[in-house]
Design a protein around this ligand. Structure first.
Ligand code: FAD
Ligand code: NAI
Length: 472
């Protein structure tokens, strides 16, 4: 007889594991099927915990400390001896952080009595799920009252630069280099290109970033993108816009990159090349032909605003569906889907999903950019204030960047907040909360911000929308 569950979740990444935990909290009998084996061990946590958000931030932190030790300590009167980086130790620390977090999810599953089925899940017709165990055990069919599909995404491959896990790698390979490459090419000046490009540049690589578009960070507010390009270039990232890679060849452990920049054919040789030109939904072997699930033209699972698919009782969440491919978006969709199943009226507000790029300084935004607000027909007013004159920023040497607000000129309603600067990823949450509460700029102007904090720049930026900044 097949096993019966209230909820079967396929995929144990941020989307799937949060859905499973919320389901268990609500009293459901839950199984979560996850097939990932990471460094020889079955592992929960998906892309984010194993090869995404967390390991990349661990390396960003290590490389930041290294660079800061070399360049920043002298000004504080601190002298050091020879500073060196041991990449093996750095990567081992990263692996330890990953292991701690993925084991933590496994412990949460035990605590919440969620069955972790290690293997591959496939949705059959009639909300049945086929489970093929990793250990070669017997294939089983599970009966589910509700199913959540959360199989995530994988990197996009391009034929001109096939990943060989040696000279040419994707983001996963770039987390595990064993030495610092003297020269590093990066295809794609997106989030991964800037974050992982920064990691290896800080450790000593000469990094060239090839970006096919002629615009840098087109999704960001123009003023922020311009400042980011200026700062990152000054740090040594060689960002080449309008540069299309046309071919690569491998010889003697090096990779030759042929590219065309603004109509001119050029060649450059690198020790390593990272391909990071976006990610695509991953639904291989997920759906039986008669599962009844509709896909979009782009191969995403077609869902409504509440993540319900074309089959009643089957939801799809996270990178597998429309919207930004971000862990926090994936997690909230997991919670929403389960609460919907439970009869609650949960919603995700897609207008207030924060974007953060964890470079130094960080780049973060929420809501509309000035350009997007104008395109949507708003008459806009903006205010911008720099960290350069903020007491706390000066005290800690974090003076780069600014906060910018975009508001509707007629109603004073806040439309967007954009931050480039230290802790931008945390500071921007103030804008997210303000947007959720439909704040006006005046609301922000009337609040008292603690002194001395970086957040005082938020206050000054709000005041500057109406020409009232005090320290301008
Ligand atoms: P995933 O995390 O991809 O999880 C899906 C899981 O399903 C996988 O583990 C897979 O093995 C499993 N699976 C697939 N098919 C099956 C099947 N048929 N049966 C069983 N299991 C299956 N986002 C952020 O918000 N912040 C960041 O800082 C950030 N940094 C990133 C850095 C890098 C280098 C990368 C690559 C991504 C980063 N992301 C970041 C994006 C983030 O990782 C994803 O948005 C997030 O992991 C999506 O969660 P998910 O659960 O939808 O999918
Ligand atoms: P991306 O979409 O952020 O950037 C890809 C870049 O590559 C774009 O600028 C695109 O124009 C460019 N590109 C595409 N094809 C190209 C080609 N053939 N030649 C040169 N350039 C080309 O994708 P990325 O960086 O791979 O990251 C994937 C996703 O992972 C992100 O979109 C994001 O959702 C997630 N992520 C989020 C992070 C965060 O939140 N901090 C960190 C890392 C990843």
């Amino acid at each position: 007889m097949s096993k019966q569950y209230d909820l079967v979740v396929i995929g144990g990444g941020p989307a799937g594991y949060e859905a499973a935990i919320r389901g268990a909290q609500l009293g459901m009998k839950v199984a979560c099927i996850e097939k990932r084996v990471h460094k020889g061990k079955p592992s929960l946590g998906g892309t984010c915990l194993n090869v995404g958000c967390i390991p990349s931030k661990a390396l960003l932190d290590s490389s930041h400390r290294y660079e800061s030790t070399i360049h920043d300590l002298g000004a504080h009167g601190i002298t050091t001896g020879d500073v060196a980086i041991d990449v093996t130790t750095m990567v081992a620390r990263k692996d330890k952080v990953v292991d701690q977090l993925t084991s933590g999810i496994a412990a949460l599953f035990v605590g919440n009595k969620i069955e972790w089925l290690q293997g591959t899940g496939k949705l059959l017709a009639g909300k049945k799920v086929q489970f093929t165990p990793l250990d070669g055990g017997e294939v089983q069919t599970l009966d589910a009252t509700n199913v959540i599909l959360a199989s995530g995404s994988v990197p996009v491959n391009i034929p001109v630069a096939p990943v060989n896990e040696q000279e040419i790698v994707d983001s996963t390979g770039a987390l595990d280099f064993t030495t610092v490459p003297a020269t590093l090419g990066v295809i794609g000046a997106g989030v991964i290109g800037l974050e992982l490009g920064s990691v290896w540049r800080r450790l000593g690589s000469e990094v060239v970033v090839f970006e096919a578009l002629d615009t840098f960070l087109p999704a960001a507010d123009k003023a922020v993108a311009k400042e980011a390009q200026k700062i990152l270039t000054k740090q040594g990232l060689d960002i080449r816009l309008n540069a299309k890679v046309t071919a690569t060849q491998i010889a003697d452990g090096k990779v030759t990159v042929n590219y065309n920049q603004a109509g001119e054919d050029k060649v450059q040789v690198f020790d390593k090349l990272i391909v990071c030109v976006g990610r695509k939904a991953y639904a291989a072997d997920l759906l039986a032909e008669d599962s009844g699930i509709k896909l979009t033209e782009r191969g995403l699972i077609d869902v409504n605003d509440q993540c319900l698919t074309s089959v009643e009782g089957v939801y799809a969440i996270g990178d597998l569906v429309r919207g930004p491919m971000l862990a926090h978006k994936a997690m909230e969709e997991g919670v929403m889907a389960v609460e919907r199943i439970h009869g609650q009226a949960a919603q995700v507000n897609y207008d207030t999903i924060i974007s953060v790029i964890y470079t130094s300084p960080e780049i973060a935004w929420v809501g509309l950019s000035e350009e997007a607000a104008i395109a949507k027909g708003h008459e806009v007013k903006t205010g911008q204030f720099s960290f350069a004159v903020n007491g706390r920023a000066l005290a800690s040497g974090d003076t780069a960047g600014f906060v910018k607000f975009v508001a509707d000129a007629k109603t004073d309603r806040l439309l967007g907040m954009h931050v480039i600067g230290a802790s931008a990823g945390d500071i921007v949450h103030q804008g997210m909360i303000a947007l959720e509460f439909v704040s006006s700029i005046e609301d922000l102007q009337l609040m008292t911000f603690a002194h001395p904090t970086l957040s005082e720049v938020v206050h000054e930026a709000a005041l500057s929308v109406d020409g009232r900044a005090i320290h301008a």
